[in-house]
Design a protein around this ligand. Structure first.
Ligand code: F6P
Ligand code: MG
Length: 454
């Protein structure tokens, strides 16, 4: 039940796997150690200090394993709900493998699990997030795009004309297309690639204006946006349009996801949204429960933007209050299944997490955000760019009960599928003209699979 194409591995020097395993991951780990040292220097209680020093020592061991390309050992039983899943996968497929010759997707996920283990077995620091400072800080430096959206969308949506009339539907369609793109491009700012971003870099990645979006639509190389609208507009007829977001990054991307989800709810296209996040820090900037709570609370009570006007701050508070209300009413639900923090691809989701598969199969649309989710959907293997999305995601499209899936992803790694029959030629031309196009985040895909509703 595997795809016919080889999975990327760290020793594949032609792929981003190599740079990631060789230098990106050690850099990220080094920065994480710096973060913990900052925290250590703020402590006064000896017991807590000693406990944290042991965490830092374990991070040092992980650094040695990573840079020395050690063999992958089992995960220590730290009581997390995913330990059995991890150790089963290691025992079954990756015994004797090391960081470089295990599949890239697995080895990279394994590194984040080992990083979690440095803390999970401690007495006082089991919930410590080495990336938290960075996530909060980047959001606080995203004021332009944050206020551009909040001042526009704080007021509840009022569509012109009569409900059901043609011009109303057209206005709604345009809004849907725009906000789907806002949600898509919100994915460009993940922190694992953009360490130490300047304010200007953040700004250029986060432009959300209409002109900018019209210009970037041509960079969506596989584009099922119109099909997605046709699907979503029919959801309103149902008594319970349920949309699931398999979230990617915290901060600005999550904020864009929430603006989009808010629109889907207000317009009646959906009646419930379920957000799926991670149980612990993952791939630097991925959303945890703490990041979710932080965002909603900071919008309402925070003082992150000292130079903002009263109107701007009030618009943030209104959004935050409305979103918190949705949560209280059960219209927005935040979930964190253990499967999302494993090294499995989504080809294995139905077999390794049947409860989650069944849960998702009740959704009308599951939106997967970002690069890592896309890699997992497509098995992180060297499929040709012309491969249809349905074929690339295998059992997630073909298993009985497979839900309807959309992948909204800016391209930041090797896997590129769903570009249509001319896809191979398009990819080849970009390889020649724009080396690095697969990791720049300049290009994107919006791909849809109808699934196999039961
Ligand atoms: O390192 C692997 C990778 O998937 C990159 O390709 C990407 O830059 C990063 O992790 C995470 O991207 P995202 O936050 O969009 O999943
Ligand atoms: Mg991410």
């Amino acid at each position: 039940n595997n795809p016919p194409w080889p999975a990327y591995r760290g020793y594949h020097e032609y792929s981003f796997a190599h740079a990631t395993m060789q230098s990106r991951l050690p850099t990220i780990l080094g920065k994480a150690i710096e973060d913990v040292i900052k925290t250590l220097n703020d402590q006064s209680d000896e017991e807590r200090v000693l406990d944290l020093v042991r965490c830092i020592d374990r991070m040092g061991d992980l650094m040695t394993d990573l840079s020395g390309n050690a063999k992958l050992r089992p995960i220590v039983d730290d009581g997390e709900a995913d330990v059995a899943l991890w150790n089963k996968e290691i025992a079954k497929y990756f015994q004797g493998k090391d960081f470089m010759n295990a599949p890239w997707l697995f080895a990279e996920a394994y590194k984040y699990r080992r990083l979690h283990e440095c803390f999970s077995i401690s007495k006082f620091w089991s919930h410590y997030d080495v990336f938290y400072r960075q996530k909060c800080d980047t959001f606080s430096r995203s004021s332009d795009a944050v206020f551009e959206l909040s001042t526009r969308f704080a007021e509840p949506f009022k569509l012109m004309g009569n409900p059901g009339a043609e011009e109303t539907l057209e206005a709604e369609r345009l809004m849907f297309l725009e906000l789907t793109q806002v949600c898509l491009w919100g994915n460009s700012t993940d922190l694992s690639l953009l360490i130490n971003m300047t304010e200007d870099q953040i700004k250029s990645l986060q432009s959300t204006g209409g002109d900018h979006l019209a210009a970037t639509e041509k960079n969506i190389l596989g584009n099922h946006l119109n099909e997605l609208w046709d699907t979503v507009k029919n959801m309103r007829e149902k008594t319970g349009g349920r949309v699931d977001f398999v979230l990617d990054n915290a901060g600005f991307e999550l904020y864009c996801d929430c603006v989009y989800a808010d629109f889907l709810l207000q317009s009646g296209l959906a009646t419930q949204i379920r957000f799926h996040g991670k149980r612990y820090p993952w791939f630097v900037s991925d959303v945890t429960r703490k990041d979710w709570d932080w965002l909603l609370n900071t919008l309402v009570y925070g003082q992150l933007f000292p130079t903002a006007s009263d109107v701007e701050l009030e618009s943030l508070r209104r959004l935050g209050r409305r979103w918190k209300q949705y949560e209280q009413e059960g219209k927005w639900v935040y979930e964190q299944h253990p499967f999302w923090c494993t090294g499995y691809t989504f080809w294995e989701l139905h077999a390794e997490a049947p409860d989650l598969f069944l849960h998702l199969s009740h959704s009308d649309l599951v939106i997967f955000k970002g690069d890592l989710n896309h890699r997992k959907l497509a098995y992180d293997c060297a499929a040709p760019a012309s491969t249809p999305f349905d074929a690339a995601i295998g059992p997630m499209a073909s298993s009985p009960g497979a839900p309807r899936i959309a992948s909204l992803r800016t391209i930041k790694s090797d896997v590129v599928v769903g570009l249509g029959p001319k896809g191979d030629a398009i990819a080849q031309k970009l390889d020649e003209m724009e080396p690095g196009w697969k990791i720049s985040g300049k290009y994107a895909v919006i791909l849809l699979s109808e699934g196999r509703p039961g």
